[in-house]
Design a protein around this ligand. Structure first.
Ligand code: ADP
Ligand code: MG
Length: 140
């Protein structure tokens, strides 16, 4: 399988509870390399732009308010099949459905405040990485 990159976000519920290191350990234990990372505070407008694909969903406003509520850690994860591998490490969107040992099973507070974001396909990963990182910040 090819080496891929995917965009990950450690969400406000997790940064608030000081879980960045524990979550990063899950990525590294799964063989994903954190090749870029920064802690930022999104505005609600920036969060809205990032999650524009969900603009018609009933939870959109709540999601954007949440993502702007505390700092987030945005990161690029690299590895074999990184997009799907990261989705496995994250677990299902709703922590009630997430497999044991996954980030969401262990740390998520609810379906909305679920600790991590991960790209869902290689093409969206490319777009999402470019949303947060310049080429100069991606050193591998
Ligand atoms: P994922 O993050 O697993 O890719 P989605 O792309 O479907 O999930 O949704 C994006 C984010 O929107 C979720 O991670 C979660 O924070 C929020 N969300 C999804 N479904 C709901 C819901 N039913 N109620 C509240 N928030 C939700
Ligand atoms: Mg998604």
């Amino acid at each position: 399988m090819a080496i891929e990159r995917t965009l990950s976000i450690i969400k406000p519920d997790a940064t608030r509870r000081n879980l960045t290191g524990k979550i990063n350990a899950k990525f590294e234990d799964a063989g994903l390399r954190i090749v870029a990372q920064k802690r930022i505070r999104l505005t609600k407008e920036q969060a809205g732009k990032f999650y524009a694909v969900h603009a018609a969903r009933p939870f959109y406003d709540e999601l954007c308010t949440f993502m702007a509520s505390e700092p987030v850690v945005v990161q690029v994860l690299e590895g074999e099949g990184a997009v799907q591998k990261n989705r496995q490490v994250m677990g299902a969107t709703n922590p009630a459905d997430a497999a044991e040992g996954t980030i969401r099973a262990e740390f998520a507070e609810s379906v909305g405040e679920n600790s991590v974001h991960g790209s869902d396909a290689p093409d969206t990963a490319k777009e999402e990485i470019a949303f947060f990182f310049s080429g100069l910040e991606l050193v591998g």
